[in-house]
Design a protein around this ligand. Structure first.
Ligand code: ADP
Length: 159
């Protein structure tokens, strides 16, 4: 079985993430979307909330499941029988960091990283910017799934 992971903080999941997840699901037998829990306290949403939003948004795709990992991603991948990571690349600015991580994961465990170019519709989109815009009352309804919109408004109204 060709099983890959899409890792991230997903705080919260955006339409850019969903685009990559959906495209990866067309190429591989199973996609595990994993929320990294190492630095969870720094987020707007708890890890459980992020997982719930991902499940609501991507749960309709039969070969996608959502999980969490703590510690090293290479260890999680070994445990789950995953041989590759799929990441989206928005722009050259993503590339340097992602290439370093990819090479480190390969050095640590022979874990491959496959890059997908961002859909141009979403190449400007990152979760931190969505939160910033929503904080100041901007309309983010075309940038995040329904499952996120309500929770975002609630959380920002009473953090
Ligand atoms: P961010 O906080 O930057 O939105 P995350 O760390 O949650 O991102 O994202 C996990 C991964 O999802 C990123 O490493 C990147 O590969 C991918 N990603 C994030 N936003 C987009 C986007 N708009 N288009 C394509 N891929 C994206």
């Amino acid at each position: 079985m060709r099983r890959v992971v899409c890792p991230g903080s997903f705080d919260p999941v955006t339409n850019g993430h969903l685009d990559i997840i959906g495209r990866a699901a067309l190429l591989y037998d199973e996609v595990i979307v994993v929320v990294g829990a190492n630095q969870a306290k720094l987020g707007l949403f708890t890890v459980d909330e992020r997982v719930a939003m991902l499940r609501e948004a991507a749960g309709g795709i039969a070969n996608v499941r959502v999980g969490t990992f703590r510690g090293l991603l290479v260890d999680y991948c070994r445990e789950q029988g995953v041989s590759a990571i799929v990441k989206g690349l928005r722009a050259v600015s993503d590339f340097e960091y992602e290439m370093e991580m990819a090479q480190m994961n390969y050095r640590l465990a022979g874990l491959e990283t496959l890059f997908m170019t961002a859909n141009p519709q979403y190449s400007f989109l990152r979760a931190s910017r969505v939160k910033e815009i929503a904080t100041y009352g901007g309309d983010v309804s075309s940038l995040v799934p329904e499952s996120v919109l309500g929770r975002l408004q609630d959380r920002l109204a009473s953090p």
